[in-house]
Design a binder for this molecule. Structure first.
Ligand code: FE
Ligand code: FE
Ligand code: ZN
Length: 273
């Protein structure tokens, strides 16, 4: 099983690989820069190459970068939309140093403009961002539907994917806390939810799972992550996720409220199931 967690990138690339190994992980996620925005550190190519060597030597699954969650590709303000594109362009350049890596982002919030306008802005940004040469797969994250977030339903994600020209560069990252908060019953009806995903988007587009429990009940639209087994999804349902035939070969990334020892314990627990 490929499993890891979100790690801090503040010490550079290679330290993340070493940390991942020390907690029993064989993949991980990290923010490309300060998650609240701002500029990234200068790119250290030698550090990136050291990490690539470590990943290959230890048979890691593709690593997953996460765009700053403050970016809003469907903001009403043109400057904010341009900023999202500029940051993601720079991230794409950085990520191409990690062959096979993936890059996850939140589709954004349409803030009273309506979901259709939001989807228009997101797709036009993606059509400016993606290039035929890039090696990185860009993932839309399933969202909880907090406020005016786009991407709560599989239909909204499909509408985006349908209008992206280089759609083979795109995939979806399913966040278990978000889909559950968004109203999909992955606890009692996981098969049905996956069947719906397959019908609307296609399971072959599903490239990664954010494995989180939720502090709130199904359909709450809250997006508050909980430790594995400590929330409304529960350990049994999350074990069914990692063991499901349609999901078991995907990489799983924990984004639970933990420090490293907590992550190590969750990885050990999930591997033992
Ligand atoms: Fe996220
Ligand atoms: Fe997530
Ligand atoms: Zn979340």
């Amino acid at each position: 099983m490929f499993i890891g967690c979100h790690l801090s990138s503040s010490d550079g690339f290679l330290p993340m690989g070493k940390t991942a190994l020390s907690i029993g992980a064989n993949t991980f996620q990290f923010f490309t820069r300060n998650p609240r925005g701002g500029s990234a550190k200068p790119f250290d190519k030698a550090d990136a190459e050291s990490l690539v060597a470590l990943l290959q030597a230890n048979n890691f699954a593709p690593i997953l970068a996460h765009a700053p969650y403050t970016l809003n590709p469907c903001a009403a303000d043109e400057g904010l939309r341009q900023y999202a594109l500029d940051v993601m362009k720079d991230d794409m350049f950085r990520m191409d140093h990690f062959p096979g890596a993936m890059y996850n982002f939140h589709p954004g919030s349409h803030v009273k403009q309506g979901v259709d306008v939001g989807i228009d802005y997101i797709t036009s940004m993606l059509n400016k961002l993606l290039t035929p040469e890039q090696k990185t797969t860009v993932l839309l994250e399933t969202m909880a539907g907090k406020g005016s977030e786009v991407g709560r339903t599989f239909e909204e994600l499909r509408a985006i994917l349908d209008r992206v020209e280089l759609s083979d560069k795109m995939g979806v990252c399913m966040d278990t806390c978000h889909v559950f908060d968004g109203g999909y019953d992955i606890v009692d009806h996981l098969d049905d939810v996956l069947e719906q995903f397959d019908k609307v988007i296609g399971l072959k587009k599903l490239k990664a799972i954010h494995l989180n429990d939720s502090k709130n009940p199904m359909g709450s639209h809250k997006d508050r992550h909980e430790v594995i087994g400590g929330g409304f999804i529960g350990l049994d349902a999350l074990v069914r996720v990692i063991k499901h035939p349609a999901l078991k070969d995907l990489p799983f990334y924990l984004e639970t409220p933990n420090e490293l020892p907590g992550y190590a314990a969750e990885i050990k627990l999930l591997r033992s199931k």
